[in-house]
Design a protein around this ligand. Structure first.
Ligand SMILES: Cc1ncc(COP(=O)(O)O)c(C=O)c1O
Length: 306
């Protein structure tokens, strides 16, 4: 992914160098335009890569950044090359490099103490925690009243998967029914009924992370999955449309219906196999697996029927 993004950065740099208008400044002090002074990666990046390679798997590293010099939309590398980063790395820096408002947030002792005394939040949260969840996260929540914080995309998805399975079993077992003795003992050796045979349905081309369960639902590139044992869970086709959309409405609706029919078939097949589908995981827009979007009709039909 980094490689793909980096090539985008370089391409954009070329576009801008050959005369297109530079993006408007996000943060003051940005370079006026990209500037490439060495090969990329340059000599300093190559030297650092050699050092890193000797202690760390670094196959995806493109260059070494200078985060003191990077500013706003511009990524500056250790060789002094200045790139217009139109993709904010992997959408992980949406407010740009060295955003002064972000720097101000951390130029505050209480924020530093929250970082330094990073608590086990599930057990000893700080007094500021409920207020922060409300003012920082729930304020921008799309109508969902609860929040669980996680450290990364994979662990967020991994925990969402667990929540789906727990909810599914709770519906089966009944709201206030306690775990049976057999469930308590069988889960300790990974056997049903404590560790039930259940599955999640995912889509070809999807990317949901690199941990074991999220990897079982990831189908974007073989390199993520090779050599890792996985789960036999159902995988449906994600719609592939003809463009422009306005001129291909009939064909694209037929494509949606084919994919939706496959979802239903797979759910039935896995039910019959004794591995019921407890949930569906899908990206609104696939990215790792291509730039693939599905229609509101596709998503609303899945939601309605699940
Ligand atoms: C759609 C999607 N899901 C999950 C992940 C996994 O996130 P992380 O790398 O933070 O574990 C990514 C990461 O790129 C992603 O793009």
């Amino acid at each position: 992914m980094l490689a793909r993004h980096m090539s985008n950065v370089v391409q954009i740099q070329n576009v801008v160098k050959t005369g297109s208008r530079a993006a408007s400044a996000l943060v003051s002090g940005e370079p006026k335009q990209p500037s490439i002074k060495t090969d990329v990666p340059g000599p300093k990046s190559k030297k650092l890569l050699e050092e890193l390679n000797s202690i760390n798997q670094s196959g995806a590293v493109q260059l070494f950044a200078d985060y003191n010099k990077s500013v706003g939309n511009y990524l500056v590398d250790v060789d002094g090359n200045e790139f217009l980063d139109a993709f904010t790395q992997i959408s992980s820096l949406p407010l740009g490099y060295n955003n002064p408002e972000m720097l101000k947030v951390f130029n505050d002792e209480s924020k530093l103490k929250a970082l330094v005394n990073r608590p086990a939040l599930g057990i000893f949260p700080g007094d500021y925690w409920p207020g922060k969840l409300k003012s920082v996260l729930l304020d921008v929540s799309p109508g969902l009243p609860n929040v669980t914080t996680m450290m990364c995309g994979s662990c967020s998805n991994e925990n969402a998967y667990k929540a789906m399975f727990i909810t599914y079993r709770k519906h089966q077992r009944g709201e206030n029914v306690d775990f049976s003795e057999l469930e308590n003992t069988s889960c300790m050796i990974n056997k049903p009924p404590g560790s039930p045979h259940l599955s999640l349905l995912s889509f070809h081309g999807g990317f949901h992370g690199r941990t074991l369960a999220t990897l079982a639902t990831t189908h974007s590139k073989a390199i993520h999955k090779l050599d890792i044992p996985s789960l036999d869970w159902p995988i449906a086709r994600f719609p592939v449309y003809k463009y422009p959309l306005e001129e291909n409405e009939r064909e694209n609706k037929a494509e949606d219906d084919r994919c939706l029919a496959q979802v239903e078939d797979l759910i039935e097949t896995y039910n019959k196999k004794g591995v019921p589908v407890a949930g569906i995981v899908v990206e609104p827009i696939q990215s790792e697996g291509g730039d693939n979007e599905a229609s509101p009709y596709f998503f609303s039909t899945i939601t309605k029927n699940s």
